[in-house]
Design a protein around this ligand. Structure first.
Ligand code: R5P
Length: 296
């Protein structure tokens, strides 16, 4: 029997594209928020022993996780064979260590909790730094889709002489993979985070071709302060306006406007979180990963 794909609000476009690519039916999931902000979930399509895929990108996770848990529980009680989670953006991975005494480490407990109510996971470029593989923290089969090939294809098609720039050492894994695939040169800057909204970035001490189009690449844009500090360092070093590329368009508060005001030529993101900057479609790569988890 074919799997059913259920979309959380904001995930319908990606879910519909996946249904078309994989020739799978969509299921109806209704989500109601009570005035006190509790969630009521209703599965409005019979699941009849099929696999059910919940499509729910986990930006703004505190508003979504309880409803996701309730949806997975309801699907199981209603007879789903397996409940799989497609979370193109996976939350709570950056706090993978106790940076200050007494802090809660979020990556492992959240992964343990998700593993307790889904049977498998597909995500895109999870922010793995001190954890090297998702399967170290998830006890269910977890598949990571790489955005690098699609980002590289976009850069190759759009920009004749790019110089890829990673704003910090953590971005090296993504920037170097994209640079290899374009192919084109890349540099990685050094970042010091002084607070949620405050970062300092410096350029490496190497000869760099300043006539190329700088393309800042990071996995996440949240406050945008990393991009803004990197843009400032590039400008001081004599570069032109950069194009800011990110996998995950988290964009908290004024991030998008602040990046444009700081002089970005353009912001381009992948469609892991629905946003008007989405220009790089990961539908084909996500469909392949999901197909491999589903019964044939
Ligand atoms: C952190 O290591 C990530 O790779 C990003 O650089 C970071 O999440 C960006 O955050 P923000 O936009 O708040 O500076």
């Amino acid at each position: 029997m074919k799997a059913l794909l259920f979309a959380f609000p904001g995930n319908t476009a990606l879910r519909d594209a996946l249904c078309t690519r994989l020739d799978l039916p969509a299921g109806d999931l209704e989500l109601h928020r009570f005035p006190d902000e509790e969630s009521l979930v209703r599965i409005a399509t019979p699941v009849d022993g099929r696999d059910a895929v919940l499509v729910c990108s986990l930006d703004r996770p505190d508003r979504k996780l309880v409803a996701l848990y309730l949806a997975a529980t309801a699907l199981r009680e209603l007879g789903a064979r397996r409940v799989l989670l497609l979370a193109p953006y996976l939350c709570y991975l950056r706090q993978d260590s106790r940076f200050h005494s007494g802090e809660a480490v979020s990556a492992r407990p959240i992964a343990r909790w998700l593993s307790s109510f889904v049977d498998g996971l597909v995500t895109v470029d999870p922010h793995l730094h001190r954890i090297h593989d998702l399967n170290q923290v998830f006890s269910v089969n977890s598949v990571s889709v790489a955005a690098a090939p699609a980002i590289a294809a976009w850069i190759r098609a759009q920009l004749p002489r790019p110089l890829l720039v990673g704003p910090d050492s953590e971005s090296a894994q993504w920037v170097e993979a994209v640079a290899r695939a374009v192919p084109c040169p890349c540099i990685v800057l050094s970042k010091q985070r002084l607070g949620d909204q405050q970062v300092r970035v410096s350029l490496p001490d190497t000869a760099i071709d300043r006539d190329r189009q700088p393309v800042l690449i990071d996995d996440i844009i949240s406050t945008g302060r990393t991009q803004i500090a990197a843009m400032q360092a590039l400008r001081e070093a004599g570069f032109g306006a950069p194009i800011c590329v990110a996998v995950h368009a988290v964009f908290s508060n004024d991030a998008e406007a602040a990046i444009m005001a700081a002089g970005a030529a353009r912001i381009v993101t992948c469609n892991t979180i629905a946003h008007r900057s989405n220009a790089i479609d990961l539908g084909a790569a996500i469909a392949t990963a999901l197909h491999d988890l589903l019964p044939h």
